[in-house]
Design a protein around this ligand. Structure first.
Ligand SMILES: Nc1nc2c(ncn2[C@@H]2O[C@H](COP(=O)(O)OP(=O)(O)OP(=O)(O)O)[C@@H](O)[C@H]2O)c(=O)[nH]1
Length: 341
């Protein structure tokens, strides 16, 4: 048996692959809109099969199809790999009579005989995939069908562009929302979002009569850490404490940076005892942590004020004041302590 022909790569292959990556998520989305376009292609060309394929480094993946299920083929096994080598339509009226395709499993195993595929070309001219039609009977398309198939490929590309843009916008939005809500140093919520979420939790707690507690964490003698080791070291300490807090709380808890070296954890559906236990665990973890910076190891302790929302609570400020008062007592009692107010 003759060996299968290996399909040459386009001259601009690496740039072509980079262009394809801009549409990276789309090969996982078999969308109804794309399927409809394959159906239209099959109708126009009066054939039972049509596919939209994206052509990656080694594979050709059909992302939408009619008449056959979506599949992944090795690049040397796909007619589409030949189609992207040229501009315009590649038409092979009988695969068995063309030396490029006569050995393809598509032909020998599934009995496919006719192929017509047109490249999906990006605005900068890279052929990232194809819209193609197939038939088990050998035949050619007429000029009208060729023209419509090429026009339809441009519509497929326009839809791919639209989806890629939507995706980019969504990612940018998620990134913006993240940047606008997180304190970069500690990785916890910033003060504004912390208070928005805190207010919402107060409302929820009132409505459902569930407990709500909070812990205010203040690093001890932080000024002397800055003075001794430098501001960058102080930042590293804050970042490390932020990480301890982030990894110790539940996903329903809300942790934020309240002020310079003060962190705040809002604990929905948590009693005073539960909040005290969590605060103690945080305090111990902070005390035991060794923060290495520039070959030096820095240790730090924290004082924590814990409080829980009372039934007659007037709002966030009242809870914060109570936690602050408990924190003051923790500092007054010698620091590295948790006080329940
Ligand atoms: N490195 C660094 N330092 C900060 C940051 N925000 C606030 N600080 C410093 O934190 C220090 C807080 O000092 P103080 O309020 O006197 O409190 P303290 O030294 O921790 O003393 P006690 O709280 O009483 O134990 C100040 O020196 C601030 O400049 C920050 O983002 N990075």
């Amino acid at each position: 048996m003759e060996a299968m022909i290996s399909v040459p790569r386009p001259k601009n292959e690496s740039e072509r692959l980079a262009a394809l990556r801009r549409y990276r998520q789309l090969d996982r989305v078999a969308e109804k809109d794309f399927e409809l376009l394959t159906k239209v292609a099959a109708e126009i060309c009066d054939v039972p099969f049509a596919l939209i394929s994206l052509i990656d480094d080694d594979h050709v993946t059909s992302v939408a199809s009619i008449g056959m299920p979506n599949a992944v083929l090795a690049r040397d096994e796909a007619c589409c790999s030949w189609a992207i080598l040229q501009d315009g339509l590649l038409e092979i009226p009988d695969l068995s009579r063309d030396q490029r395709t006569a050995r393809l499993r598509l032909m020998t195993e599934t009995g496919m005989h006719m192929y017509a595929g047109t490249s999906l070309s990006t605005k900068d001219g890279f052929h990232i995939g194809t819209l193609c039609v197939l038939d088990k009977k050998p035949h050619s398309l007429n000029n009208h069908q060729r023209e419509l198939l090429s026009g339809l490929a441009r519509q497929v590309m326009a839809l791919l562009d639209l989806r890629a843009h939507e995706q980019m916008l969504m990612e940018a939005l998620v990134r913006e929302q993240y940047l606008a809500s997180v304190d970069m140093l500690t990785g916890l919520l910033n003060r504004r979002v912390l208070f928005e979420r805190f207010d919402a939790e107060i409302d929820r707690s009132r409505r459902y009569s569930t407990p709500l507690s909070m812990a205010l964490i203040d690093l001890d003698h932080f000024k002397s850490i800055n003075d001794t080791f430098g501001h960058a070291a102080g930042d590293a300490v804050l970042s490390s404490v932020g990480e301890i807090v982030k990894t110790s709380i539940r996903s329903s808890d809300i942790a934020g940076r309240y002020g310079g070296e003060e962190l705040c954890v809002v604990l929905p559906q948590t009693t005073a005892e539960g909040a005290y236990a969590l605060a103690e665990s945080l305090r111990k973890q902070i005390e035991e942590s060794m923060i290495s910076i520039d070959g030096k190891t820095i240790t730090v302790t924290a004082s924590i004020g814990v409080t829980t929302m009372q039934t007659n609570c007037k709002g966030a400020l009242q809870i914060l004041n109570a936690a602050d008062e408990a924190l003051y007592q923790a500092k007054h009692a010698g620091r590295n302590k948790t006080v329940l107010g």
